[in-house]
Ligand binder design. Structure first.
Ligand code: FE2
Length: 455
């Protein structure tokens, strides 16, 4: 029989084991075995005749037999590539990772690059791509994923595939019935696996730092709103935002939108949001994420009176409302980007963009007298910048109220998330810290970073 690359995946997390197996099998014609503990892994390695080519181990300090497991692999003297996902290995075995060329300490976010790189480099004679039209996914891997709206198949002993669940119909309870009957794997068509793998890999590092993270799949035909939704869920997860407070904010949002919907001019926009009209997807999701992030930042600053939260949500709903059906304008970060794209905009669009903070502030003041005081100020100043480089009043950001400063930073962050295909918080922090070095916005960037690191 033709030799295949053999991977051995060791992790306590069923989702980790099975999603890793799924991706490896999708990519290569290979053998993947798994183990849920160091002791079970030791037992497995001791009883097999041929060692795996690569071991992928999700390291947990102080786990039972962890040192023995690592030492056993060293003493076995087998030419196995041993990949350990960790920042550092505690105890004397940590030194192995510096002295053995086949021992690799790998940062979690670099895991896939390292696995694929080593495979191509070290197993050249035996590695082969998987070209089968179907790939399998273990039921335990499926538990970590939602939103697969594609057919799932069962493979009969004869090799024949039968459709077990038609697109999107496989909920956890239904799957459990088949698990109880001993079904372990379901099969998917390769084009479905292609987009799933891409998304799983992009979000894998979030999953590794938050075991309850659910991958939400978005098919190539997903709407803009679904794709924004997915990004919002990812960001809230990465920032470890408390779901109860998030719900509280969403309730405030609903109330504010109820009020705005009654307005003769602006009610139409809110109705469009509630009907999921794609023309206002960007606007709807921008106001949602703006409300969430600004209220979380305010809470962290201990500015969490009802009035402050109401003010932030009102401002989130109103600040760009005159651009609601013009996402190409709403995406523009500020006056310097506007100048860059100005020539491509119609006269009307140019005017609409330049006047939108004043127009929206005017609406906030005249139409919504019950909005908390100074909501209109927040709206008017939402594009101001340090050193007077913003617009429309060119007031120096240093002279703005702290709440306005918080709102401007929120805008900057939300626009980054909304505009990037695959937003990376690390990348955002790098850019924002460089841009807002030495000024009043920096403390809010540091607060966002604290959310991410849970400090
Ligand atoms: Fe704006």
């Amino acid at each position: 029989m033709k030799e295949k690359v053999h991977y051995f995946v060791v992790s306590k997390s069923p989702g980790f084991r099975e999603l890793t197996r799924f991706i490896l099998e999708w990519q290569y014609d290979c053998v993947v075995t798994t183990s849920d503990s160091e002791s079970a892994a030791l037992e497995y390695l001791r009883q097999i005749d041929i060692f795996p080519h690569m071991i992928v181990y999700e390291y947990v300090p102080d786990a039972f037999l962890v040192e023995d497991f690592i030492a056993y692999i060293k003493e076995s003297r087998k030419p196995v590539h041993f990949l350990v996902l960790a920042e550092k290995i505690h105890g004397p075995t940590g030194a192995y990772f510096e002295s053995y060329p086949t021992f690799h300490l790998v940062k979690k976010e670099l895991m896939w690059g390292k696995i694929f790189g080593l495979t191509q480099e070290s197993f050249r004679g035996i590695v082969a791509d998987n070209t089968e039209p179907m790939c399998r996914l273990h039921m335990e891997g499926l538990d970590s994923i939602t939103g697969i709206d594609k057919d799932l198949f069962l493979k009969l002993p004869s090799g024949k595939m039968v459709r077990l669940f038609a697109s999107g119909s496989a909920n956890a309870a239904d799957r459990q019935k088949y698990r109880d009957k001993g079904v372990q794997f379901l099969w998917l068509e390769r084009p479905t696996c292609d987009w799933m793998v891409k998304q799983i890999q992009t979000q894998f590092h979030i999953f590794l730092s938050n075991k309850h993270f659910q991958f939400i799949m978005r098919g190539p035909e997903a709407s803009a709103e679904q794709s924004f939704d997915q990004k919002i869920i990812r960001v809230c997860d990465e920032l470890h935002l408390d779901p109860d407070f998030k719900k509280e904010i969403e309730l405030v949002m609903e109330k504010v939108m109820d009020t705005v919907q009654k307005d003769i001019h602006l009610g139409k926009v809110i109705k469009m949001i509630r009907e999921h009209n794609p023309d206002v997807s960007y606007f709807a999701k921008n106001l949602q994420l703006t409300s969430i992030i600004s209220c979380f930042l305010a809470k962290k600053m201990e500015w969490h009176s009802k009035t402050t939260l109401d003010k932030l949500v009102y401002a989130a709903v109103l600040h760009d409302i005159t651009l609601a059906t013009k996402p190409h304008l709403q995406r523009i970060s500020g006056i310097s980007e506007f100048e860059e794209v100005r020539a491509q905009l119609s006269e009307d669009d140019q005017k609409t963009y330049l006047t939108h903070p004043r127009d929206a502030a005017q609406l906030a003041k005249s139409q919504f007298k019950f909005a908390p005081p100074e909501t209109d100020v927040l709206v008017l100043q939402h594009h101001e910048l340090p050193e007077g480089k913003g617009f429309p009043t060119k007031i120096h950001a240093e002279k703005l109220s702290p709440l306005t400063q918080l709102f401007i930073v929120t805008q900057d962050f939300v626009r980054y998330v909304m505009n990037e295909q695959d937003p990376s918080l690390e990348m955002y922090f790098l850019r924002a810290e460089a841009r807002f070095e030495q000024n009043v916005f920096r403390r809010f960037i540091l607060l966002l970073k604290k959310f991410k690191s849970k400090t």
